[in-house]
Ligand binder design. Structure first.
Ligand code: AVI
Length: 325
């Protein structure tokens, strides 16, 4: 039996139904324009995101990593042997702390990384096989939704679905509800859900994380426009937009926007779509919600996921929650 299998769920007809641009059309034809954050992540965007994770101002990644490093063993002991499913695995860097912990107890692990970027998934899976000689990997190049529908019950052990990095914060309430119902459908009673969430904290710290001094976040935000240009034959000019990220204290969320610098029109050949932009008009490209552990516990409970334990860092900036179905 080979130790590495990768299934590509985003090829063929399916890819064209997911990528028909209908979400772009919907977003840009509303009075308040928006674009889905998934368009950040072409190859360039995924690279820029990896760079963001290393920025001095971007605290979430290293804070969550420190929690996983400190409490990985506690998590592994609590769940016992289980199959690890990771939604949005990216480079799988933080996951290594979990793999280390399960390996230290002597478990032979099955890891199912799920990511929309095939190149990142393949590269990191190959490296993991070298570093963890008893690991079996079954990767899925897929959206979360599709992957969660495709997962068959775990054959040998319990399952833990990991959703790290506070990516849940990029979903609005309705998308969160839908996502969690897909998660619970992919679990059986007794299975686990491990969730990483960015917590509420002073505004200046949060705003700095999304307005870094090197301008990487600005480049990441603007890269969405180049991605749409190549994907849908668009003619966005990147220098006609500026990055802005601002923390909305009432809704406890970062709102990342692109601000149009002068009135003009953008045309997408493949969508047969022209869009007018006026000076000062904005496109909402992402929300990043900041949570409260207690409220999240209540919310997860209402979705059928019982919180068992949570861990945080010394400053209380980031939270890791272990739940059970
Ligand atoms: C992936 N996601 C959790 C990141 C965040 O912080 O919301 C995406 C990001 N956007 C700007 N910087 C990072």
């Amino acid at each position: 039996q080979t130790r590495l299998n990768i299934d590509y769920l985003l090829q063929g007809d399916l890819a064209s139904t997911i990528d028909d641009g209908s979400d772009v059309i919907r977003g840009l034809t509303q009075p308040r324009k928006s674009l889905p954050p998934r368009y950040f992540y072409d190859d360039k965007g995924s690279q820029l995101f990896e760079q963001i994770c290393d920025l001095p101002e971007y605290y979430p990644t290293r804070t969550e990593a420190s929690i996983l490093q400190n409490y990985g063993l506690e998590i592994a002991k609590k769940t016992g042997l289980c199959e690890l499913v990771e939604l949005g695995s990216g480079s799988s860097t933080k996951t290594r702390f979990l793999l280390d912990a399960y390996q230290a107890i002597g478990y032979h692990l099955r890891y199912l990384p799920i990511d929309v970027s095939g190149s990142i998934l393949e590269d990191s899976a190959k490296q993991l096989l070298i570093d963890y000689p008893s690991l079996h990997i079954h990767g899925l190049v897929s959206t979360y939704e599709l992957a969660l529908q495709k997962l068959t019950p775990s054959p040998l052990s319990q399952r833990m679905i990991c959703f790290l990095g506070s990516t849940l914060g990029n979903f609005n309430q309705e998308q969160c509800d839908l996502f969690l119902s897909n998660v619970t459908s992919a679990l059986e009673e007794g299975d686990y859900f491990l969730l990483g969430i960015d917590l509420q904290k002073p505004v200046d710290i949060i705003e700095a994380a999304y307005n870094d001094s090197q301008g990487v976040t600005a480049e990441f935000n603007l890269n969405m426009l180049s991605h749409l240009n190549s994907r849908f034959g668009g003619n966005f000019e990147l220098n006609l937009f500026k990055h802005r990220a601002f923390y909305n204290q009432d809704s406890h969320q970062i709102e990342m926007r692109l601000i149009c610098q002068r009135s003009h029109q953008v045309y997408f050949k493949e969508l047969e779509l022209s869009i007018n932009f006026t000076e000062g008009e904005t496109i909402l490209t992402e929300i990043s919600r900041k949570f409260n552990l207690e409220q999240m516990g209540e919310y997860l409970k209402s979705k059928g996921l019982t919180p068992l334990q949570h861990w945080t860092d010394s400053k209380g900036w980031f939270g890791l929650m272990l739940c059970q179905l």
